[in-house]
Design a protein around this ligand. Sequence first.
Ligand code: DAH
Length: 333
Amino acid sequence: MKIDEVKKLLMERVKVAEDPRSVLRAKELRGLYGEIAKLPAEERGGFGRKVNELKVELEGMIVEIEAERESAAVEAIDVTAPMGVNGKLPELMTAESSSRHPLMVEIERVADIYQKMGFEVVESRQLDDDFHMFGALNFPDGHPARDGYDTFRTSEGFIPPAHTSTMQYRVLTAGREKLEAGGQIAVVVPGRVFRNEDVDATHEHTFYQCEGVFVSKDATLGQMLGVLREFFETYYGQKLKIRTQPGYFPFTEPSLEFAIEKPASLGGKGDGWLEMLGCGMIHPNVLKTAGIDPEVYKGFAWGGGIERLVMLKYGIDDIRWFESGKLKFLKEF
Ligand code: DAH
């Protein structure tokens, strides 16, 4: 067969062959190679080169055809189709199915309970500054209480908030108009907080808190305890014993620490008290800084860790599980 005829034939065949590469082994091509040896010496070089050129050309076509077919095969997967369509699961979809992180689910539950009690939910932020972290909260400059918060600081001097109380100033100033119109401020702020401290079973450098702020003309500590009892009893779905003891926070006066007795249903033996949050009447200086007259308005506020709440609910023994990313843990929810 003439070389041009073989070329024409094989080029057609490459286009339709199921395995285009098999064309490189076609007997017609092998035949051309066989002919080289039979040619007179002076013709061998020229003919040999032509046969090689043909082979190279065929290889180029094959690579192109393979690439084309591969991309056509990829496009054929409809990513919007339900899983398992055509009875064939794409590789990816055979991986573990995903789910929401238990903490996110619980934070929503917390916010939902407060919302049903009439509180508005405001988001916190993950980068804040000295004023919102300390100044607006009545921490005097250089006061040792500032050190108690183990704050991180960026090289520009910003502070990833070490508690959700950084939002108090914003909540208070934003609520001023409502107060002046005869209303009240009732806001909760769930948010992520950061502390530069050693990590162990009960301490994380990154965790969540929920802050609460209430201001009206006649807010009282009694009202605050009512709100907190209502929240905890709803969250745990049962009556609880609560206890407070004096605490210290620069932004509340008086300041209290609020504890609940670990119920038997949650593994308690009727003896252990669990510190759940800090709270108190908002310090007059905090109201004043936010432009609210403490002679006219009273407020209470509270803030506590969310992990601790969730750990008690589900009997989780180590706070590090939450940020571990371990499927063994996540799958339990
Ligand atoms: N921010 C405090 C902390 O992280 C908790 C706290 C105490 C929040 C008293 C408050 C409050 O709103 O009134 O330790």
